[in-house]
Design a protein around this ligand. Structure first.
Ligand code: NAP
Length: 287
């Protein structure tokens, strides 16, 4: 029996960060330190943890990170005015608005206020459209991380049937477009999809982006499927039941240590590119 390949996100992230070190050094020699500003509205404890993790990752690579904390009662207009200031600040190369924002805020309007050249999290409508059309934009981080893992392990995508479970604007939809741009045959499924298990059974590649712990079971899979688990649920649990999926899959990402660390590395890379190129001449292979 062939062994299942464990798709080690930590190794992928390490190699991406190593590849950035030289560019960061060159930029610093020119007096430019890549800087990411993260906006956090309200007191969501998980968001605080994520934002801290991203800041630590920046510092470890010698990048600058700034955290802007806004109160829970912030209005859309107040948030837009902060984003406008950051758009105009020459020293800020990347802007990340931590999701979710409090209910009174028009999240889409806030995301879309981020200038495309600083949209290093790939969350704007313009960024999504540009990614889908393979135009200039920084790709949305988790979807790009999925493609990065696929490339690192030389997984064949062209002509393969990829079933994406989930259609969120930051994950399911963009990763579907990216896989399509790589000539996969893509099925996008969601909470209204009928016969999901039968659809997943046809997949050569399964991307789980559902937000439900252990949702995908091993007996849903075709033997030898590649399983990419983007889920991250409370208690470090993925969207795929690892114990039952691993023996059936030919390759699988663990949770934790799969897509998560690569997502952070992608954010750092997008920010370094933003400091270097400002979208003038990006060589991003996903867009
Ligand atoms: P989301 O916005 O809640 O979207 C979940 C998607 O799953 C929706 O499209 C929903 O369908 C679909 N869905 C829900 N129940 C379903 C069901 N029973 N059958 C089929 N589809 C179903 O979540 P998200 O932001 O995309 O995140 C998804 C997961 O990825 C979460 O676990 C999150 O923590 C994780 N995540 C990880 C990273 C990372 O860095 N590793 C980054 C972002 C997110 P409808 O559209 O019909 O509602």
């Amino acid at each position: 029996m062939d062994e299942t390949l464990l798709l080690d996100g930590k190794a992928v992230a390490r190699s991406m960060k190593e590849a950035l070190e030289g560019t960061i050094k060159e930029l610093k020699a020119k007096g430019i330190t890549p800087k990411l500003t993260t906006i956090l509205v309200g007191d969501n404890p998980s968001s605080h943890t994520y934002v801290k993790m991203k800041a630590n990752a920046c510092h470890k690579l010698g990048m600058e990170s700034e955290r802007l904390y806004l109160p829970e009662e912030t209005t859309t207009e107040e948030l837009l005015s902060q984003i406008k200031k950051l758009n105009e600040d020459e020293e800020v190369h990347g802007i990340l608005l931590q999701h979710p924002v409090p209910k009174q805020i028009d999240e889409r309007k806030a995301f879309d206020a981020i200038s495309l050249a600083k949209d290093v999290d790939g969350v704007t409508s313009h960024g999504f459209g540009s990614t889908a059309f393979q135009l200039q934009a920084y790709p949305c981080c988790t979807p790009a991380a999925i493609l990065e893992v696929i490339d690192f392990y030389n997984i064949d995508v062209e002509g393969k049937h990829a079933v994406v479970i989930g259609r969120s604007p930051i994950l399911g939809k963009p990763v579907s477009m990216m896989l399509l741009n790589r000539n996969a045959t893509v099925t996008i499924s969601h909470s209204k999809t009928e016969n999901l298990e039968a659809i997943v059974k046809q997949a050569d590649i399964v991307v789980a982006a559902v937000g439900r712990p252990n949702f995908v079971k091993g007996d849903w899979l075709k033997k030898g499927a590649v399983v990419i688990d983007a889920g991250y649920n409370e208690g470090n649990i993925g969207d795929c039941e690892f114990e039952s999926c691993e023996p059936v899959a030919s390759a699988i990402t663990p949770v934790p240590g799969g897509i998560g660390p690569v997502t952070i590395a992608t954010l750092l890379r997008n920010t370094v590119y933003a400091a270097k190129e400002k979208l003038i001449n990006p060589a991003h292979k996903y867009v």
